[in-house]
Each structure stands twice: as structure tokens, then as C-alpha cells.
Design a protein around this ligand. Structure first.
Ligand code: ADP
Ligand code: MG
Length: 242
């Protein structure tokens, strides 16, 4: 579903990604972790074509991002993205947050989009909040709305960038529960997160990044299991967060 092939990226003279290569198969859940500044957000943004890269290629569902003929807005519409800060539209009701893109970008019928929006709100446990505004919801609730909003576009893959790291601790699990449910339903997911409980529960693979490079890319069992197989950097990192 996602193929990242020798991707390098610079911000001016600063090389932020170096030769990153990995794949995410349909139905896989890949967790990306690593120290702050290691390039995790940049890599995720490249997959969604929110950031350009200078070398290598990324293909999403077989469509190359480096190909100048690719319709990037069209591709982006099929990739769900959930950020650390929920970035809901503050002036719109929750249901309008969920229907604006399906109607305006996909040209869906408004009534249909509203019906689907209500279904999605039910799925993330927020069916009674449709007419509220984002400011009236807790952080955990807003993040669940952000997930529902991404799902409203029927994405072929979901990208998460530290979706729980801005939340108060008591709200982390309600968001992780929704992500676990999605994973168990077979959604293809790439998640930047340091929630190793989540990784242990649903990850197919764990990627560890450091200084713009993918240092480890292995099955969950070997990442958490055989410590001798891990790089020193990954061990130091895990020791800090576990
Ligand atoms: P992470 O998500 O792993 O914390 P980022 O991808 O956000 O890392 O950032 C990787 C590196 O790139 C950091 O050193 C950061 O300062 C730098 N960086 C990120 N965005 C920009 C930008 N727009 N311009 C210049 N440097 C940036
Ligand atoms: Mg980041």
C-alpha cells in the first residue's frame, strides 16, 4: 500500500531524511518511533505529499509521488491523516467538520455525508456530540472526531503523527482504543507513536528512526523480544520510554 524507496530530503543544507526505505502492506499496522527530531513527522508528511522530497520515490497504492503527472490532491484525499493537534475547524459543528471534505472534495451528496458522519461519530463513541463545536469537547474527544473526520473520506491508509502526545494522560486510552479497533478491522496504518502498549497490541512491525535514518525495521516480536537483535540506539531509546 505504501512503498518508500531510498527517500532523502533536505531543508536547505540540512539533510533531514537519508535513504529511507520501507514498505507497508495492505492491512499492516506499522509503528514508527525514535527520538525527537529524528525525522518521523517529516517522513509521514512526505507520504501524504505535504512535504516534497528530493531523492528517491514513494508510491501509495502504486501511484508514484515523484511522477510529475500524479494528481497529488487526488491522492492526498485517499490518505487519512491525524495530527498531534487535532486541527478541527473551530467555527464548524462536529458534524460539519465530518462532512465538509466528503461534500466539497469528493462531491458526495450532503444527506449521505451527514448520515455517514453520524455513523462514524457512533463508531468513535461520540454520537451525542454532533451539533457541538470542537471547543466544547475535551482533547480526547476532539482527537476522536479528527479520526472520524479522516475516516469520512474512506481512506485507503491512515497516517497518525503522535495522536496522543498532546493529550492529558486520562484521555490517551480513549483515543488508543479507537486506533486499536481500526487496526483490528484491518485498516492499513502507519503510526508515529511512543505508546509501546499500542505497538505491542496491534503493530505488525516497528520502525525505529534516528537522525533521519531508519535504523530498525522489524517484526514487533523481534523489536520487543530479542534485545540483542536491537541496535544500541534503539535499546537506549526504549530504556527511556518503557
Ligand atoms: P520528529 O517528528 O522525529 O521529531 P521532524 O520530522 O519534525 O522530527 O524534524 C526532523 C528535523 O528536521 C528536526 O531537526 C527539525 O528541526 C527539522 N525540521 C523540521 N521541519 C523543518 C522545517 N520546516 N524547516 C527546517 N527544518 C525543519
Ligand atoms: Mg514529530
Amino acid at each position: 500500500m505504501i512503498s518508500i524507496d531510498k527517500v532523502s530530503k533536505w531543508y536547505g543544507d540540512f539533510q533531514v531524511l537519508t535513504d529511507c526505505t520501507t514498505q507497508v502492506q495492505k492491512g499492516e499496522v506499522v509503528v514508527v518511533c525514535g527520538p525527537s527530531g529524528s525525522g518521523k513527522s517529516t517522513l509521514i508528511k512526505c507520504i501524504n505529499a505535504l512535504e516534497p522530497f528530493q531523492k528517491g520515490d514513494i508510491a501509495v497504492d502504486g501511484v508514484s509521488l515523484a511522477n510529475p503527472k500524479t494528481d497529488l490532491p487526488k491522492l492526498r484525499a485517499r490518505v487519512g491523516m491525524v495530527f498531534q493537534h487535532f486541527e478541527l475547524f473551530p467555527h464548524l459543528s462536529i458534524i460539519d467538520n465530518l462532512t465538509i471534505a466528503p461534500v466539497k472534495v469528493l462531491g458526495r451528496d450532503k444527506t449521505e455525508a451527514v448520515a455517514k458522519g453520524h455513523q462514524l461519530l457512533e463508531r468513535v463513541g461520540l454520537k451525542d456530540h454532533a451539533s457541538k463545536h470542537p471547543g466544547q469537547l475535551s482533547g480526547g474527544q476532539q482527537q476522536r472526531v479528527a479520526i472520524a473526520r479522516a475516516l469520512a473520506m474512506d481512506p485507503i491508509v491512515m497516517l497518525f503523527d503522535e495522536p496522543t502526545s498532546a493529550l492529558d494522560p486520562e484521555m490517551v486510552n480513549e483515543v488508543l482504543d479507537v486506533m486499536v479497533q481500526l487496526a483490528q478491522e484491518g485498516m492499513t496504518m502507519m503510526c508515529v507513536t511512543h505508546e509501546m502498549g499500542f505497538a505491542r497490541k496491534v503493530a505488525s512491525r516497528v520502525i525505529f528512526m534516528d537522525q533521519g535514518k531508519i535504523i530498525e525495521d522489524c517484526a514487533k516480536e523481534s523489536f520487543f523480544g530479542d534485545t540483542t537483535a536491537r541496535s544500541e540506539r534503539a535499546q537506549q531509546f526504549l530504556a527511556k520510554i518503557l
